[in-house]
Design a protein around this ligand. Structure first.
Ligand code: HEM
Length: 290
């Protein structure tokens, strides 16, 4: 048996299975009482449910710190020779040859200091990354992240929702299709950045790896481009966490997550329906009946 739990939103009654243009079951039941409906098993206590295992939480924060420091110290190392062309040669694909990256974006102080930080953080990142991937594989969490057929369409629906082209939040699950895309690409791209980094660190003993990236100059270029993409994705990720689902920060710190605050329950877009609507309608008790 299920207990219906209702929330108010400013949106017209949504159709949970369609584009939101027809009223659907919710609209039929509650003509213009604006609400979204979530179903929980009867007797379920409405408390935060575990969402991220501590291994995922610890490795997430270690990786977040390590990636930030690696990007900043990497840019300091780059500034020692801020070009991709070899002396006397040209390079096709970098329009800012010879221009140093602003110092405020860099970390490590000087070339040797930045190198020390970069390598120290590399070992931390590799340890956290390998632990995360192995854990995800053994624990089955990879199923929440690996793209499935239809995810492209679902990601487009999320974009339409964020652009106000559909009224109701697509069915979320643990992560929406856009999140899945980002959370899957981030570890894969980070691994490529680490590999291209190893290729330019040991271009002789790991010559085969350097060759795989197209030689030293190109390996250095892919390392840089990969870092920029990872940084932009990570910034987008952090923006969306704060603008759409800041309540998920709890799930990445203590582990618990309250589904009543999920973006789907709030019908939340960036900075829109950010706050829960506790006051608008009395929440029915979902304590177990005696
Ligand atoms: C201050 C910086 C960051 C904050 C506040 C933050 C916050 C969060 C939160 C709250 C979640 C959980 C989302 C949910 O359960 O719906 C999450 C998941 C995730 N974050 Fe971050 N994050 C940050 C930086 C990063 C960085 C730098 C990366 C990697 C480059 C990253 C990669 C991921 C990945 C892959 C997940 C999915 C984990 C999983 O479900 O297995 N995050 N982050």
């Amino acid at each position: 048996m299920l207990v219906a739990l209702t929330f108010t939103t400013n949106e017209p009654a949504p159709n949970r299975h369609g584009s939101g243009n027809s009223p659907g079951l919710a609209g039929t039941l509650a003509a213009d009482a604006h609400f979204k409906e979530i179903r929980f098993p009867a007797g379920a206590r409405m408390k935060a449910r575990p969402r991220h295992h501590w291994v995922v939480r610890v490795t997430h924060w270690v990786a977040a710190v390590a990636i930030t420091l690696m990007a900043a110290s990497g840019m300091r190392i780059f500034n020692a020779y801020p070009s991709f062309h070899r002396r006397g040669e040209t390079f096709c694909c970098y329009p800012f040859e010879g221009h140093a990256i602003p110092a405020w974006l860099t970390f490590g102080g000087w070339l040797a200091g930045a190198r020390h930080w970069h390598f120290a953080m590399m070992w931390l990142l590799i340890a956290a990354g390998v632990t995360y991937v192995v854990f995800d594989f053994l624990h089955g969490d990879w199923r929440d992240l690996v793209p499935r057929r239809g995810d492209g369409k679902r990601a487009l629906e999320m974009i339409r929702f964020y652009l106000f082209l559909r009224r109701d939040h697509p069915v979320q699950g643990k992560h929406n299709a856009l999140q899945k895309l980002a959370y899957f690409s981030l570890p894969v791209l980070t691994a490529l950045v680490v590999l291209s980094g190893l290729a330019i660190w040991k271009p002789v003993s790991l010559g085969w790896l350097t060759a795989l990236f197209g030689g030293y100059v190109w390996a250095r270029y892919w390392h840089f481009v990969g870092m920029v993409i990872v940084a932009l994705l990570a910034l987008g990720h952090v923006f969306m966490v704060f603008a759409v689902d800041p309540y998920a920060i709890r799930s990445m710190t203590t582990g618990g997550y309250d589904e009543r605050l999920s973006p789907e329950s709030r019908n939340a877009r960036p900075f829109y329906h950010l706050l829960p609507k506790w006051g608008h309608r009395t929440m029915p008790s979902t304590e177990a009946e005696p």
